[in-house]
Design a protein around this ligand. Structure first.
Ligand code: ZN
Length: 254
């Protein structure tokens, strides 16, 4: 009797990392929507040059560097770790693409494990590592969702909106080479406004939702863009929500 195909979480993780997946979603009229997803390592490689959700995401295009240093660093770490595994198991020169090397390593690794040459602990360690790579890349590829909270005053600084400087003329940069205070939205004065300045009025309070890989809010935070106060995690976000809903508790009654 044939056994149902056994679960193989290590191969699942390797597949997520290395090969194309077709995601099918049934749509209303009985049809199916097909979406092609490249392997995660390839997606991470492509993200290096695309700057998704990086620190530069809020900057105007000409100020962005055409490179996401965080994606590059993660890619290089994973590429190096795969190279080391490859050399430890296969006595030949690795190929150009880490995803191909990882698949070749997997075949040799699982053969040796089946043959009893590797302990179950070693196998479990590799499973954990591969699953952590899937998680790291997935989180990297899902840029955080930023929710603006307009018209609410920051409990710390009392501002509800602030002006942010998007761009400023070079002439002004020369006038104030050391005075970085002009960047501070609260201190834009007459002198600053004489030159060409591009500004944007933004709500001070924002909530940034970032997946923490555990389905929780531990890496999400609320922030005031004006005074830069940060409320970290679900506890912090709840505390901010409480202060907004109960402004009297924060201020003295005059
Ligand atoms: Zn504030």
């Amino acid at each position: 009797m044939h056994q149902a195909q056994q679960a193989n979480p290590l191969l699942d993780a390797i597949d997520d990392l290395t090969i194309v997946h077709i995601i099918t979603t049934p749509i209303d009229d009985g049809k199916t929507h097909y979406e092609k997803h490249e392997g995660l390592i390839k997606q991470l490689r492509e993200a290096i040059a695309s700057n998704i959700g990086g620190i530069a995401a809020g900057k105007p295009p000409h100020e962005r560097i055409p490179l996401d240093p965080d994606a590059l660093q993660k890619y290089e770490q994973i590429e190096k770790a795969i190279g080391e595994r490859y050399l430890a198991f296969l006595e030949k020169v690795p190929g150009v693409y880490p995803e191909q090397n990882l698949r070749e390593w997997y075949v040799e690794f699982s053969n040796q494990h089946r043959a009893g040459k590797l302990s179950d602990e070693t196998y479990d360690d590799e499973l954990k590592t591969m699953q952590s790579w899937v998680r790291i890349i997935t989180e990297k590829l899902s840029p955080p969702t930023v929710l603006e909270i307009p018209n609410e005053e920051c409990p710390e600084c009392g501002f509800d909106w602030y002006l942010t400087v998007l761009n400023i003329s070079k002439r002004e940069l020369r006038i104030n080479p050391k005075n970085t205070d002009w960047v501070n939205k609260k201190s834009i004065d007459e002198e600053g406004s004489r030159n060409w300045v591009e500004r944007e009025l933004k709500p001070t309070l924002t909530i940034t939702f970032k997946p923490d890989g555990k389905g929780g809010l531990s890496t999400s935070f609320a922030k005031c863009g004006c005074c830069n106060h940060v409320w970290m995690g679900s506890t912090g976000i709840r505390a901010l929500a409480y202060s907004i809903e109960n402004p009297e508790s924060e201020k003295e009654v005059s």
